[in-house]
Design a protein around this ligand. Sequence first.
Ligand code: THU
Length: 136
Amino acid sequence: MIIDNSEENKRLAGQAHEAARLAYAPYSGFKVGAAALTQDNIVYTGCNVENASYGASNCAERTAVFKAVSEGHARIAKIAVVSEHGAFTPPCGICRQILSEFMDSGAQVILESEEGLCAYTIDELLPHHFELNGHV
Ligand code: THU
């Protein structure tokens, strides 16, 4: 992890905060936003979308990534993840696996902390992610 308060990271974190305002989180009250920058330089934002059947809920990171992939932009260069509470919000395990599918191992996940913007590589967050390795 490195602290990286670059203008690009600050802009992405800001876009993630905008997205968090749209979160549908009546059950947890925990609003999360994400902003994914694709390798071809487009930003897709997403928020968490909960459901009365809790397990059907979708995290902010996955919303952003699925929007990008479904629009034909499947390689994510960088993603910022924030919560409305200003808390450090590292991606859950399922989201790490999803991110690892669409990010190169050195691509960065930007998180807010007391010290500033933390940049983790997806490989730091999820080493040895699951791959089918040619078994299909
Ligand atoms: N949440 C996210 O959106 N991203 C994460 O990586 C962690 C959790 C959401 C899911 C749920 O709507 C709320 O935060 C509380 O768990």
